[in-house]
Design a protein around this ligand. Structure first.
Ligand code: 5GP
Length: 179
């Protein structure tokens, strides 16, 4: 993308290169391959934003695993609304399974904690989170986010699957808002 990248009314500048992202994803996959060896984990990909991260991460998972997809949405524009819509699409039984939620970004944590509670209620053996990005300053929940590629400041980012009102998902690099 040419810089600065203009999406709707906002301007974005490059924040993290494809090369750096891929190195982080590779490292996380290696960790998951070790820690979930013999556990046949169920990776639950949280759509839409996680589609590129999940694809890159799961291609590097070499142990036996299953993959499912869910959809949930709490974001409109550049601020979290705090309102969480229903979780849809979980069509694989999770009872007794080692579940790993694959999430693009954890901000306030409202979305992921709601999902964790739901999957726990379905009697999963355990539930962990693998996130590409975590905003530690924004994260308000007690639940530990076990697997994170990158911790980032509290800026709004796009690219690598993440959008700003529908635009910006189609970039291999991550951009941040410039104000
Ligand atoms: P939370 O519930 O943790 O506040 O927000 C989680 C969801 O909000 C993410 O799955 C993502 O869709 C969206 N989100 C949070 N921060 C950002 C950001 O910086 N950029 C974009 N594009 N989406 C974000």
């Amino acid at each position: 993308m040419t810089e600065p990248w203009k999406l709707h009314d906002k301007t974005f500048v490059k924040y993290m290169s494809e090369r750096k992202i891929q190195a982080g994803v590779k490292k996380l996959a290696a960790r998951l391959n070790l820690e979930y060896q013999g556990k046949k984990p169920l990776f639950v990909v949280v759509l839409n934003g996680s589609f590129i991260f999940a694809s890159d991460l799961l291609k590097r998972i070499s142990i036996d695993c299953e993959i499912a997809f869910v959809k949930v949405s709490s974001y409109k524009g550049v601020n979290s609304t705090g309102k969480i819509e229903e979780v849809i699409g979980l069509d694989i039984p999770v009872e007794g399974r080692h579940v790993v939620l694959v999430e693009d970004i954890v901000d306030s944590g409202l979305t992921i904690v709601k999902l964790i509670d739901k999957i726990k209620a379905l009697k999963a053996f355990d539930v962990k989170v693998a996130a590409c990005l975590l905003k530690p300053e924004a994260y308000k929940m007690d639940y530990p986010i076990d697997y994170v590629c990158f911790r980032i400041p509290n800026d709004f980012v796009v690219g690598y699957g993440l959008d700003y009102d529908g635009l910006g998902r189609n970039s291999a690099d991550i951009y941040k808002i410039s104000e």
